[in-house]
Design a protein around this ligand. Structure first.
Ligand code: GDP
Ligand code: IMO
Ligand code: MG
Length: 425
């Protein structure tokens, strides 16, 4: 089993942290390949609950190497804080490695993220304000600073001076905001450089060494298919390729090394931030899902928008990511619903679609077509084998498999690592 990819199949917060933590025990390396501190992955082991933003969830296993790949962006303040929190909880970070090619989130990126949102007015994206869009923009503009630049003070200062010429012009003349000096940023970032230096590596070489030594790699996706810059609900997306394809460019490991791609999907659906969401529930059922499912953002604390399971979205994810497996999480939350709706198609501008339409304007007006299934009305959080689930819950999972064409290998019935039904992973 050389390499597998775990990817969000909906709009994020599907429980990727939990499923990564669950299956990471079978892998030697867990590698994040895209995104930055916009991610918030929750891992619950017994009485310990951790929210990971930058560090791969594999850090929980002491024999697992946790790699932040080249496709990620790195906010030194968040990484250092996370190391401190983890070590405070008794989780060693000696196995953390950070790619020298990953781009650095700078203080001005976070300022610009906020300022751009204000400028968008009622068309705001609802970003996490972690500087993600501006950092990836600078990468594409080829004026970004990379993690490796922290290793040489002169290089860091020279590159920063060049970048600030552009950034300060933007801050001063477009946003009418205070500018930055090289010294000001060096005063903050150079002390971080010292602390981060032991973790910085050539991660692509390291991953290939692992593969050469017959070790296995799990790529831990952040964000999700519908937030992907190319395949998501543009412009209400993040700024990276969070889909499975991103795992190869974001790590330097070729596609022929990947033999399994697991999509993580909630048994219902949530979304944070703006953008289309055909099955959104703005009534008391939506509120019930939010309360019972504790649907509040790990990174920003925002209330998540809640709705019914959208089968065309997951089928689309199955295609885009080449899913071989599905993990369905939070099935226990649906125990609160006497009947359960499942969206099987959309009506858009007078036409029926069984897949996500290509054009933004069509998806924006998509009206869900529902099938209704009976609920099971009992607590399932202690169930550990599929056949012990109530028949209605088994039928619900079977319908998800049928509609997506992908086998459900894992069913999660609670936040803890142990609250899981492993069918065939
Ligand atoms: P991620 O970003 O995809 O890792 O997901 P988040 O951590 O942002 O959000 C998922 C939330 O659901 C977290 O609070 C998890 O602890 C919790 N969770 C994960 N799986 C389950 C499950 O099967 N049942 C319940 N009740 N909670 C779960
Ligand atoms: P995990 O990995 C849910 C959303 C934001 C916003 C849009 C753009 O925990 O699933 P950004 O800050 O990336 O520029 O915001 O993307 N978003 C997420 N939503 N889970 C996430 O990560 C997200 N990361 C970004 O809410 O709508
Ligand atoms: Mg999350």
């Amino acid at each position: 089993m050389p390499a597998s990819i775990l990817v969000g199949a909906q709009w994020g917060d599907e429980g990727k942290g939990k499923i990564t933590d669950l299956i990471a025990r079978d892998f030697d390396v867990v590698c994040r390949y895209s995104g930055g501190a916009n991610a918030g992955h929750t891992v619950v082991v017994g009485s310990t609950k951790l929210a990971l933003h930058q560090i791969p969830s594999g850090i929980m296993y002491k024999n697992c190497l946790a790699v932040i790949g080249n496709g990620c962006i790195v906010d030194p303040t968040v990484v250092l804080q996370e190391i401190e929190t983890l070590e405070g909880e008794g989780v060693s970070c000696k196995n953390l490695r950070i790619s020298g090619k990953a781009h650095l989130v700078m203080p001005y990126h976070k300022v610009l993220d906020g300022a751009q949102e204000v400028l968008r007015g009622d068309k705001h994206i609802g970003t996490t304000k972690r500087g993600v869009g501006p950092t990836y923009s600078d990468k594409m503009l080829r004026i970004g600073l990379r993690v490796q630049d922290l290793l040489d003070e002169t290089v860091f200062k020279t590159k920063l001076a060049d970048t600030l010429t552009y950034v300060n012009a933007l801050l001063e003349h477009v946003f009418h905001m205070p500018t930055y000096t090289v010294q000001q940023i060096c005063d903050e970032y150079l002390p971080y450089a010292k602390r981060l230096a032991p973790y910085i590596v050539e991660s692509t070489l390291l991953l290939h060494e692992a593969l050469d030594n017959k070790q296995s790699i799990l790529f831990e996706g952040a964000q999700a298919t519908m937030l992907d810059i190319d395949h998501g609900t543009y412009p209400f997306v993040t700024s990276s390729n969070c889909t499975a394809g991103g795992a190869t460019t974001g790590s330097g490991v070729g596609p022929t090394q990947i033999n399994r791609v697991i999509g993580v999907a909630k048994a219902y659906l949530t979304r944070v931030g703006s953008g289309p969401f055909p099955t959104e529930l703005t009534d008391e059922d939506g509120e019930k899902l939010r309360q019972v499912g504790a649907e509040f953002g790990v990174t920003t604390g925002r209330a998540r928008r809640c709705g019914w399971y959208d089968a065309p979205v997951v089928r689309y994810s199955a295609q885009i990511n080449g899913l071989t497996d599905l993990a369905i999480t939070k099935l226990d939350v649906l125990s609160c619903m006497p009947t359960i709706n499942i969206c099987v198609a959309y009506d858009c501008a007078g036409k029926r679609y069984t897949s996500v339409p290509e054009y933004e304007h069509l998806f924006e007006c998509a009206k869900p077509v529902y099938e209704t299934m009976p609920g099971w009305n009992c607590d399932i959080s202690n169930v550990r084998t599929f056949n012990d689930l109530p028949q209605q819950a088994q039928d619900y999972i079977a319908r998800i498999e049928e509609l997506s064409g992908v086998r459900v290998s894992i069913v999660a019935v609670g936040p803890d690592r142990e609250q899981t039904i492993n069918r065939s992973w």
